[in-house]
Write a protein that binds this ligand. Structure first.
Ligand code: SPV
Ligand code: MG
Length: 431
């Protein structure tokens, strides 16, 4: 009897899967793999039901008796433990992530003397509709809101990238990099006050009003499914913040981060070059507590951002505040620094983790950008926000084009650096 293996990365079983199972059963003794949560999110197939439920779904398929958990997207472990003779897979290799899986399977088949059996992908109206419904479910506020907390439980470190429009949202949603056996993509999006303001040609001083900020969130939500972390600046007056919390959670935002500053807020990366006032621990705790009290859903997060290192108030002050903010109800702590060296951030994480092992810690390595994600994770950070890089990339690129046209009085000279007309007109899919 030959050993046959196929793996599913799905929350629903449809006729396409049943077809694969039927074909696989003809080849020998079948084992079906079910991908873990963390492996599924690397495909941007965020699980909407638990691993146990997915295993049950597969076990109920007639003819399936052996079900195992596949821990990684790559099939290396499967080949080493199961020694399959056949890998059965749908022939849908069109995306870069599927191509990576294909390459991995074919290399392993060659190494272990196995055979890849490709089953023509079942493509009909019903399945296209099912697929779209699955995606739309992920974009729904109830589902999207809780996704950040869920991912926090699945991955040691989450990465978020700044977005300020539908277009940048699409980059956050869809960009993937295949690195050997790994598929890398961002887990969440950050709606930065700096970049949202800059995009409107305004300074980052809480001038862009909340209605406009909410509009940016809507634009991003229209075209994405990933969780959103909103930069709530100081949160404004406590009496206003409670309304903002309700609005954000209703929209499906996962978290708001508010910073412990008061008065006219300036961007943190100015540090002490400009006048900035830190709020008292008492006032800021009251704001956090009021926000948590106003919140109606269980999964929305209010994360307290500590500006002590930015304002050179010292490590002890930062740690004291972290403790107080967590006691006041904060669901996470963001610690910020504008030093080039990550030393003070890592020191904060180490000290904080001595007494608090669970509260999520958020870091923003804009200035200390030599630090790696692995280093941050090893010191206990949970969310790494790339807070402004897309905006900083776009401005010089656009300015360069404007200068070239002004210099040459035509666009021909810069055209080779631009996306092709065909690519821009086909970039956005129609429904
Ligand atoms: C933002 O992105 O708006 C932030 C992070 O608040 S920072 O600009 O570093 O203050
Ligand atoms: Mg900001």
């Amino acid at each position: 009897m030959k050993t046959v293996y196929t793996c599913f990365c799905t929350d629903i079983i449809h006729e396409g899967h049943l077809n694969i199972i039927n074909e696989a059963l003809k080849l020998g003794d079948l084992t079906v793999g079910v991908l873990t949560d963390s492996a599924m999110i690397r495909y941007n197939r965020f699980p909407s039901v638990s691993l146990e439920e997915r295993i049950d779904l597969v076990k109920k398929i007639p003819g399936v008796t052996n079900v195992i958990v596949q821990n990684r997207i790559s099939y290396d472990e499967v080949f080493e433990t199961l020694h399959p003779d056949y890998i059965v897979h749908g022939d849908n290799w069109s995306t870069p992530s599927m191509q990576a899986v294909h390459d991995n399977i074919t290399a392993l088949c060659e190494k272990f003397g196995a055979q890849l059996v490709e089953i023509p992908y079942t493509h009909n109206e019903k399945l296209i509709k099912l697929d779209r419904q699955m995606r739309e479910k992920l974009a729904m506020p109830e589902f999207r809101r809780g996704r950040l907390r869920k991912v926090l439980g699945m991955l040691p470190l989450i990465t978020a990238i700044e977005v300020h429009s539908g277009l940048t949202g699409l980059i956050a949603e869809k960009t993937i990099v295949v690195d050997g056996e790994e598929i890398n993509q961002f887990d969440a999006m950050w709606i930065s006050s700096l970049c949202d303001s800059t995009n409107k040609g305004k300074p980052d001083i809480e001038l862009v009003d909340i209605s406009s900020r909410l509009r940016t969130i809507e634009d991003v939500m229209e075209v994405t499914t990933k969780p959103i972390i909103f930069d709530g600046d100081t949160g404004g007056l406590t009496e206003h913040f409670v309304y903002t919390v309700r609005t954000l959670e209703r929209m499906g935002v996962s978290a708001v981060i508010i910073e412990d500053k008061t008065g006219l807020k300036k961007n943190s990366l100015f540090g002490t070059q400009v006048e900035q006032t830190q709020d008292s621990i008492e006032n800021f705790c009251a704001k956090i507590t009021a926000g948590k009290k106003a919140q109606l859903s269980d999964d929305f997060m209010i994360i307290a951002r500590i500006e002590s290192l930015i304002l050179e108030k010292g490590m002890d002050d930062a740690l004291k505040r972290a403790k107080a903010y967590v006691s006041a109800g904060a669901d996470g702590i963001m610690i910020h620094s504008r030093r080039k060296d990550p030393g003070e951030i890592l020191e904060f994480c180490d000290s904080f983790r001595q007494t608090d092992k669970t509260t999520p810690v958020v870091v923003v390595p804009s200035s200390y950008n030599t630090v790696t994600e692995a280093e941050l994770a090893s010191h206990g950070a949970n969310i790494c926000i790339y807070a402004n890089q897309l905006m900083r990339a776009s401005f010089p690129a656009m300015e360069n084009v404007a200068k070239s046209i002004l210099t040459h009085h035509r666009s021909h000279e810069i055209d080779s650096e631009l996306m092709s007309i065909n690519d821009i007109i086909t970039l956005i899919d129609e429904l």
